[in-house]
Design a binder for this molecule. Structure first.
Ligand code: CO
Length: 146
């Protein structure tokens, strides 16, 4: 079911400082940066890949996803208050998100929220409740040609 590790979601209190850290230490560049007021998050995707490489999505393009809450009433804000900065979720790439969700629902795994949403690249994503996955908030990402 899982085709790749698409991204690691990292909660941070100052996204610009965190971006600078990943640029300075690891040479990563920001692929996408967005203020998502509906979700209450500032989000940056930094691609992890050798420079100039031509990886396709299916062959394993992956990202560091930096997340700074912009509201206090979100799960991300709560995570930051209770646990501080750090890894908040893992995002796995899947070839067929709907088929994956059907299979997981048969095993009693619930989505939070209940329906898939659109990720920063416009593709479908879904979060699985952490309590079903050993305490790891797990996101599935519909892979596409990005
Ligand atoms: Co994510």
């Amino acid at each position: 079911m899982l085709a790749s590790i698409d991204h690691v979601g990292i909660a941070c209190s100052d996204i610009d400082r965190s971006i600078h850290r990943y640029q300075m230490l690891f040479g990563l560049q920001v692929t996408k940066y967005e203020d998502r007021p509906v979700s209450g998050v500032l989000e940056a995707m930094l691609r992890v890949a050798p420079s100039g490489s031509e990886l396709t999505a299916l062959s394993g393009a992956s990202y560091v996803q930096l997340l700074q809450p912009t509201r206090s009433d979100t799960a991300l804000a709560q995570f930051l208050r209770e646990r501080g900065e750090g890894v908040q979720h893992i995002g796995y790439g899947v070839v067929d998100l709907q088929a994956a969700l059907r299979q997981l629902r048969r095993h009693g795994v619930n989505l939070v929220p209940d329906m898939p949403q659109h990720g920063i690249f416009g593709n479908s994503i879904a979060f699985l409740e952490a309590s079903s996955i050993g305490g790891v908030l797990t996101e599935l990402v519909q892979l596409d040609g990005r």
